[in-house]
Design a protein around this ligand. Structure first.
Ligand SMILES: C[S@@+](CC[C@H](N)C(=O)[O-])C[C@H]1O[C@@H](n2cnc3c(N)ncnc32)[C@H](O)[C@@H]1O
Length: 221
């Protein structure tokens, strides 16, 4: 099945709200656990960059987990950042440890020259030019910094995509089910991601499926 692009930014307030209200407890807590598992020696000092942070759930989890770090959540969609800032405002303990910035790949202009770690969940499949994410890693990661990127991978057929939606999002609102289906069709196959990394000169990163619908990219910059 060929890749079918979806719009990059999630700019509609209704779409952003439905996404923020969806139950991502399992994949988001797993994302943090996978980071800890892949990078047990990470000291959690300095700046962490979360690219395509959406409503900021993972950004905030990292800020809570690594109190010695400042986490920058970056997204191109104002509707998402509004929700992220609202949620951050409910956690006064994180003040000064988390910041949300509007910027769109591939033209990021970030306040830090180099980040101690770069993370990204569920962004890659949105990108019409996926090399933008890998350029960001090349440009903004401190040498040796932990990199963790998780995304969906593309099933073989639309029917397989529909089965995944029915299995994992049976009781979610229609807007979210549609987003999930479109995201599966827009996602990359692991082999396509390996080719992107080769072209970006990031062959030290490992690409491996980590569930029936997720692929993980991890390693050091
Ligand atoms: C599916 S959401 C994932 C949000 C969050 N990382 C999470 O795991 O919940 C993808 C996010 O990437 C953002 N995005 C898509 N293309 C982008 C780009 N080119 N530059 C910056 N953000 C982008 C969208 O606006 C959206 O908020």
């Amino acid at each position: 099945m060929d890749r079918q692009l979806e719009p990059e930014l999630m700019t509609e307030p209704e779409q952003a709200r439905a996404y923020a209200e969806a139950d991502f407890e399992e994949p988001n807590s797993r994302f943090l656990a996978l980071f800890e598992q892949c990078f047990p020696g990470f000291e959690g000092e300095g700046y962490i960059l979360d690219v395509g942070c959406g409503p900021g759930d993972i950004t905030l989890r990292f800020a809570e987990r690594y109190p010695g770090a400042v986490v920058h959540g970056v997204d191109g969609a104002a509707a998402m950042l509004d929700l992220a800032r609202l949620e951050a405002g409910r956690r006064p303990a994180l003040q000064g440890h988390v910041d949300f910035l509007q910027a769109t790949l591939p033209d990021l202009h970030l306040p830090q020259a180099r980040y101690a770690a770069i993370i990204s969940n569920s962004l890659l499949h949105h990108l019409h030019q996926p090399e933008g994410l890998w350029q960001c890693v090349r440009q903004y990661a401190r040498p040796g910094a932990p990199i963790l990127v998780m995304d969906l991978f593309r099933p073989n057929t639309p029917d397989e995509a529909r089965e995944l939606v029915d299995h994992y999002a049976a009781s979610e609102p229609e807007v979210l089910r549609k987003d999930f289906f479109n995201s599966l069709l827009a996602a990359f196959e692991p082999q396509e991601i390996r080719r992107q990394l080769q072209e970006a000169g990031l062959t030290q990163l490992t690409v491996e499926p980590c569930s029936d619908r997720h692929v993980l990219v991890h390693g050091h910059a």
